[in-house]
Design a protein around this ligand. Sequence first.
Ligand code: KG4
Ligand code: ZN
Length: 337
Amino acid sequence: MAIIILAIESSCDDTSVAVVRDGYVLSNLVANQDIHMAYGGVVPELASRAHQVNIVPVTRQAMLEAGIKTEDVNAVAYTRGPGLLGSLLVGTSFAKGFALAQNVPLIEVNHLQAHVMAHFILEKDQENRIPAFPFLCLLVSGGHTRIIIMKNHLEMEVIGNTIDDAAGEAFDKCGKVMGFPYPAGPLIDSMAAQGDKNAFRFAKPFVKGLDFSFSGLKTSFLYFLRDRIKEDPSFIENNKADLCASLQNVIVNILVAKMAKASAQTGINEIGIAGGVSANSGLRIGMKEEAGKRKWNLFIPEFRYTTDNAAMIGITGYYKYLRGEFSGHNVVPLARF
Ligand code: KG4
Ligand code: ZN
């Protein structure tokens, strides 16, 4: 019998619902919330309200596209955390309601684990290339920057972490200084394509081992701009593409260098990137170049599986289902996991 998982993701500002059958994604819908753009960041209260509005229609559409009915669902997987509590509550409550009504098990999913598990999503009518274990993955998002060893589908070890800001935050905060709306990462990425990545040099922080630090970069970027603006008030406007390219270059160099170190230390050549920042074209190119030099077997996710999506929750839920890892209705969402 096929196993059909209904997956719900509502940890931040995207409401996403997916249907996964035997590890294959049948549908994966994401409703983005443009409302936060004007505020320079996600406003938690507005995010929860938008999830409330979106969750039912997005679920209905995801089931319609997958060609399934409510009674076909074998289990409901949902993001338990980490994330914004109000946002998580909407997805959690909906998942519980659905599971109770259909009398099917509930599966809680760790959002970060799911980002890495996105590499195991299978697509119909496609050659599916998936990593072998142990798999060394760089998880880079708006809230996290971690190096993870996956020992099997559900067991992972964190061997590197940021000691302050996440890589996505470095993109978003430096972008904000240049006047970009939130999230600035994708805008910096596209603007960088027209710039010279060697135009400006920003110092790389020295952080021991496999850890990262990005708060110093943000400060030095801010001070650099402040000094230049004193001489030329239109400095940002006149140098936007070069600023974006140079900033992206230093962030990418920091990330790629740590992955090279992690691979050398662990002896793992099965390498991947995951999370919102893994959509970055500079990072994708940088990792491919390094993979060529070091004979890595490299896994770069499809764009639709880099940022928040429910397909990654569904695939994690599928492997938990196979192991019988269900959760009770007394399980509460966790802002920090
Ligand atoms: O994984 P994600 O969707 O949400 C979190 O769990 O945080 O990641 C969002 C982050 C934001 O910081 C956004 O600016 C960044 O991913 N991002 C990018 C790109 N696309 C998204 N950063 C750089 N280049 C991109 N192309
Ligand atoms: Zn995420």
